[in-house]
Design a protein around this ligand. Sequence first.
Ligand code: PLP
Length: 361
Amino acid sequence: MPLVPSYIQKLANYVPGKPIEELQRETGISDIIKLASNENSLGPSPRAMAAMKLAMGSIYRYPDANGFLIRKKLAEKFNVQINNVVIGAGSEGIISTILRTFLLNEDEIITAKGSFIGFKVLANASGKKVHWVPMKNHRYDLETMAEKINDYTKLIYIANPDNPMGTYITREEFDSFYAHIPERVLIILDEAYYEFANSIHDYPDSMTYRYDNVITLRSFSKAYGLAGARIGYGFAHDKLIGNLMKVKVPFEPSYLSQVAGYAALDDTPFLNNTIKLNQSSMGYMIKEMEKLNIQFVPSITNFITTIWDSEDKAISITKQLLEKGVIVRHLNPFGWNNCIRVSFGLKEENQRFIAAITEIL
Ligand SMILES: Cc1ncc(COP(=O)(O)O)c(C=O)c1O
């Protein structure tokens, strides 16, 4: 028996967006901006920060493994029972728990090719068979995904909106897809960008789909600015949640993360500012990119994916932007070799990106 299973040996290391400090060391540039990881450019929720500072003196104790306070608060906010709420170290942490909890020997997974890379990493590490269904027009192809369902299908993963494409499936599309799904098949609806997307009229808020086999995932990493704290949450039928709570790493999320998430939920002014800034960034970036004839995929998130003639062109643009101190994400690791994803920043950061790309072009 090999020490390392072959499906683990085959995994590639996860390549994140380049950290600012690394580029600083490499180039000597001091005013670097990072528009590469869809973070909140306004920083963390101030209420979350204040709550974490106050809570510092208690970190010698283990956190509440059941996350009672924050789960209760989420249950109240979203009008469900605490037994319908799970928390984890980011929504990725919950995805990992879901895969460990529900997948048996022959079980199979269906998802879109080129969607969220965090899911790809975890699905490949599970060793299960995954059907990677190519997208159509940069959108999930739900019809083909439904056709892939067989006796072994256990899990379907949908990022809605998708990262890195920023596109979404509509309520109508989900409804007709759902009609094809056997009850034994679990569907993850990953809504990490929900707060940016939910004002779109035909975007399906999956909280209205409280079916027994649908798991909704949400994140504090984006709209609440807590990516580094690692906390996310999810909603599902209590039977699913009960088992997830048995399997999750007991003391995740950390004490400070739970405190931060709890406080962030009350930070409506911050959330509103974030959404407002995002709307104006979207308007500005689209307008400027159109002027420059840059091709992009229409997005309902806090980032936009640009399309270039070739992989070489995308690599060269990414490199030249780096030389000007602007970090963006070439989407090679996602399988979109000729695409570059640009996260929205502060007004000045967006302007700096546009100035830099204008010079390059
Ligand atoms: C679609 C999607 N899901 C989940 C995540 C990860 O969220 P978290 O930080 O809560 O693990 C991201 C982050 O980029 C994402 O784009």
